[in-house]
Design a protein around this ligand. Structure first.
Ligand SMILES: [Zn+2]
Length: 280
């Protein structure tokens, strides 16, 4: 397998889910071994590589920070790039947050497919998992173990009639991300929204970019895209967060009621564990 980048640049505009700011973004082809690099065009092209090293707080979205410069809500875009197998990409943006689009990765996937993918010369590196690493935080658990494919086994459990317990096993194969995961939207609860807004979060949130759940149902008048859209979105988030490892994984992730902070903790523990992984 060779590394891949975009065949041409892609212009995207949208609104940030948490900050509510308007953002113009350009995805550009990048040389071999670049990985994903965010470029703040509003701050003298300051670069923030998409790397675990720059992970900042990650309660409601995954935020990167380098020398005080912040880049927020990168997980759905990184999930799309990893999901379609793009290894190298510059991501120019003129504000603090990646546009939320429709709350899923579908628009990114469609735009990348239309632009085309360029195969490069250098071989693609993969992070091979060599032994089990586990992380637990109360009733949340996440582990990663050796496997011959990149596989995610995910369970979520919310006390809500439309969600309850949902479990799904996802295996990365050609095109599986686009078909099974990419269009699953983010979701939130009406009882959380007031609290989020008080914390200056979810300012760009609307029924156009999130499933909003009331105690009994949902506010959206469009149907769910999958009966288990919620667990599919959790897998989308996991793929986006684990893209911060810089290359595809050969390993199986098991996630029970995980979230961005658990993903960050497991990645950190994995990288610190002797003999748990190798780059090949
Ligand atoms: Zn998400």
């Amino acid at each position: 397998m060779k590394q891949k980048t975009l065949a041409q640049s892609i212009d995207i505009t949208g609104v940030g889910l948490h900050t509510g700011v308007n953002v113009s973004m350009k995805l550009r082809p990048a040389p071999e071994n670049t990985g994903y690099i965010f470029v703040r065009t509003d701050l003298d092209n300051f670069e923030i590589p998409a790397s675990v090293e720059y992970l900042s707080h990650c309660s409601y979205a995954t935020t990167l920070m380098r020398r005080g410069v912040v880049l927020s809500t990168c997980e759905h875009l990184l999930s799309a790039l990893r999901g379609v197998g793009v290894d190298n990409c510059f991501i120019d943006l003129d504000n603090i947050e990646i546009p939320i689009m429709d709350g899923s990765s579908e628009d990114f996937i469609d735009l990348i497919s239309a632009a085309g993918i360029q195969i490069q010369e250098a071989p693609q590196h993969v992070l091979r998992i060599l032994k089990l690493v586990e992380y637990e935080q109360g009733d949340r658990m996440m582990s990663i173990e050796p496997s011959e494919s990149y596989e995610i086994d995910c369970v979520i459990d919310f006390p809500h009639p439309m969600i309850a317990r949902q479990a799904l096993n996802f295996v990365f194969e050609n095109g599986s991300f686009g078909k099974e995961i990419a269009s699953a939207r983010t979701f939130g609860f009406t009882h959380e929204i007031e609290m989020l807004r008080k914390a200056n979060l979810a300012l760009g949130g609307s029924l156009d970019n999130a499933i909003v759940l009331t105690p009994e149902g949902m506010l959206n008048d469009v149907p769910l895209r999958f009966s288990d859209e919620f667990v599919r979105h959790k897998i989308l988030d996991i793929i986006g967060d684990f893209a911060l490892l810089g290359m595809p994984l050969l390993g199986k992730i098991t996630a029970v009621k995980s979230g961005h902070s658990v993903h960050a903790a497991l990645m950190s523990k994995l990288l610190r564990t002797d003999g748990a992984w190798e780059v090949q």
